[in-house]
Design a protein around this ligand. Sequence first.
Ligand SMILES: N[C@@H](CCC(=O)N[C@@H](CS)C(=O)NCC(=O)O)C(=O)O
Length: 203
Amino acid sequence: MKLYYSPGACSLAAHIALAEAGVPYTTAKVDLRSHTLAGGADYYAINPKGYVPLLELDDGSRLSEVAVILQYIADRKPGTLAPAFGGMERYRQMELLNFVATELHKQFGPLWYPTTPDATKEAQREKIARRFAYLDKAFAGKPYLTGASFTAADAYLFVMLNWAGMHKVDLTPYPALREFQARVAARPAVHKVLVEEGLAKAA
Ligand SMILES: N[C@@H](CCC(=O)N[C@@H](CS)C(=O)NCC(=O)O)C(=O)O
């Protein structure tokens, strides 16, 4: 499998899932300002949507959308990063993935653009803070979102917590989330990926 990614972007969740699942993969870095690959190839020719992540499967077909890619990767190693399809636990996992995708990931969108008015940015920060407050209460006392084991949803939430630091969303009121962020960052596979993306120094 080949992951098209940009350092620190939402594609980091898929990158972490690949490393955690222990499946063989390669990566291709995308410059999201020019929508080109190293060497200048047009990324739109690979993904007409223009965004990362994109996962190229071993048969050459391509899969997009973080929440779907995460589940595809998880299902390569059943029982590790997501519960089996069909059971209620899987629907809980999908509920979390959808929550992160729509209530966090997409709410950060306007914060990336310098042209977004300050009042809009502040409104987005407040909305994101309400979602973090919900998660902080709902999952306090658990090492990971669904309990004792790290799952695909944890990888996605971890990226959102990293973005909070970049966009002045204060995590001080959410001790459970801050502990979660540190716990995930300390996982060997996660650290390896952070180093690969140039976001952390090698130990
Ligand atoms: N709906 C997509 C959104 C992906 C997305 O927002 N990707 C951002 C990086 S986090 C991106 O590549 N933006 C550049 C662009 O849209 O051109 C998904 O869930 O995968």
